[in-house]
Design a protein around this ligand. Structure first.
Ligand SMILES: [Zn+2]
Length: 135
């Protein structure tokens, strides 16, 4: 099965990983809404949270505060929003469950529908900084 996120998990495709454990991986979104926009995914491939065991859904979401705290600390963001889309009509683009952690900045008037394309070097540096901020 062709899945970009499974390719990142297997190392076939490069991802800017900021956190990992036995069941989950978190990495920077390649097309961030704002600086530090990251995804948390389960290692096991499921398309929607309704395909997952409810305990696994809980485990995934329970990681979010820890990772979000690290992102905020590393980026200096003022706040964050979460997004979790299930299905094409919900604008889920990659069919592998993921939670978006999107930092928000007081001084920026970020438009949510706009995605930027960051330089790979910048993402690499940012991933490293966030990784070191997750405690
Ligand atoms: Zn997958």
């Amino acid at each position: 099965m062709e899945c970009i996120f499974c390719d990142i998990l297997s190392g076939k495709r490069e991802g800017h990983i900021i956190y990992e454990d036995d069941l989950h991986v978190s990495f920077l979104d390649k097309y961030p809404i704002d600086t530090g926009h990251s995804l948390v995914i389960p290692r096991e491939h499921h398309e929607k949270i309704t395909d997952m065991d409810s305990i696994a859904v809980g485990q995934m979401f329970s990681l979010v505060p820890k990772i979000a705290t690290g992102i905020l600390s590393a980026t200096g963001a003022d706040a964050f929003s979460l997004g979790q889309n299930n299905g094409r009509a919900a604008k889920q683009i990659i069919p592998h469950v993921h939670v978006h952690i999107i930092p928000r900045y007081n001084h920026k008037g970020t438009i949510w529908t706009k995605r930027s394309i960051e330089k790979d070097d910048d993402l690499l540096r940012l991933a490293e900084k966030i990784k070191n901020s997750i405690t």
